[in-house]
Design a binder for this molecule. Structure first.
Ligand code: NDP
Length: 293
């Protein structure tokens, strides 16, 4: 068997097109333009590329976008003041602080992220949004796991009743992935670095999500024939080549469907950020968000 390749660009384009239509509706029927503010502190070159991509993606679909560049020497209080100003800015519906923060304020990362109003927390990291996800009231959901779920849904891959295994338990990917799959009625197992006999667990999976951060970690013997394999990992190996957590070449020969790296889940992450910004604008202005789902 050779797996169906789940190309991220195909699904990301569908999500972006839907956002674009929703934005046109919001502009004409509600005189509302969704707005995203991204704060970047310091000169991290990779962060600058990510922020520029987000800005460009916003402009492409009609989201108002502000990039706030602060010097590396910015104090914690100055950053908190900036966030508070954006929390009150009616043009802005989504606020994102690009990570990593410079060394001198990194210890305050949680306090800084928690200062973002839950209503504008388009990364879905605020404890209020984490709690809502855990009790099955999805509000603003972390973009990467949300993108994985949207991809499954758009590809018409059933989730209800399936055995799902998530490798990784981070707050950004693994844990929200668990809640999203559970809410869609999968039976979910979460594995981590202390899990014993991992291959035995992963071989039970109809849907296997790898979010480990180790190149080629998931090998062919860990995958049940016909399984859907979602590779969240982004790992840079020799010659700056990007690879996922899954041994793609081998696993694609047994899986039913698989995401490539690059070109898979990563492309969905920005699309879901746009989606979350539109959704936040709708919730803040009490426009029916059902139209967005
Ligand atoms: P973390 O480092 O925060 O978490 C990695 C998880 O993998 C941990 O829960 C860890 O377990 C687990 N793990 C490590 N070693 C093993 C092992 N031998 N067996 C089982 N589990 C193990 O990473 P993230 O969740 O932030 O990211 C995971 C990957 O996804 C990275 O490659 C990252 O670059 C990528 N990523 C991609 C995004 C995208 O847009 N596509 C967005 C976010 C992340 P433990 O908790 O016990 O330490």
């Amino acid at each position: 068997m050779t797996a169906k390749i789940l190309e991220g660009k195909y699904f990301a384009a569908q999500i972006k097109e839907k956002c674009k239509q929703d934005i046109e509706m919001l502009k004409t029927e509600h005189q509302l333009t969704p707005g995203l503010a991204v704060i970047i502190v310091g000169e991290n070159p990779a962060s600058k590329v990510y922020v520029a991509n987000k800005h460009r993606s916003c402009e492409e679909i009609g989201i108002y976008s502000e990039v706030i560049e602060l010097p590396a020497s910015t104090s914690k209080q100055a950053l908190l003041d900036k966030i508070e100003h954006l929390n009150c800015d009616p043009k802005i519906h989504g606020i994102l602080v690009q990570l990593p923060l410079p060394e001198h304020i990194r210890a305050a990362e949680t306090e800084i992220l928690n200062a973002i109003s839950p209503a504008k927390d388009v990364d879905g990291f605020h404890p209020v949004n984490v709690g809502k996800l855990a009790i099955g009231e999805e509000h603003l959901v972390p973009c990467t796991p949300y993108g994985c779920i949207k991809m499954l849904e758009l590809a018409d891959i059933p989730i209800a009743g399936k055995q799902a295994v998530v490798i990784g338990r981070s707050n950004i990917v693994g844990k929200p992935m668990f809640h999203l799959l559970l809410a869609r009625h999968a039976t979910v197992t979460v594995c981590h670095s202390r899990s014993k006999d991992l291959a035995n667990i992963t071989r039970q999976a109809d849907i296997l999500v790898a979010a480990v951060g180790k190149p080629h970690f998931v090998t062919v013997d860990m995958v049940k024939p016909g399984a859907v394999v979602i590779d969240v990992g982004i790992n840079r190996i020799a010659d700056k080549k990007l690879v996922g957590d899954v041994d793609f070449e081998q696993v694609k020969e047994v899986a039913g469907a698989i995401t490539p790296v690059p070109g898979g889940v990563g492309l969905l992450t920005i699309a879901m950020l746009l989606h979350n910004t539109v959704k936040a604008a709708c919730i803040i202005h009490q426009v029916n968000v059902k139209a967005l789902e």
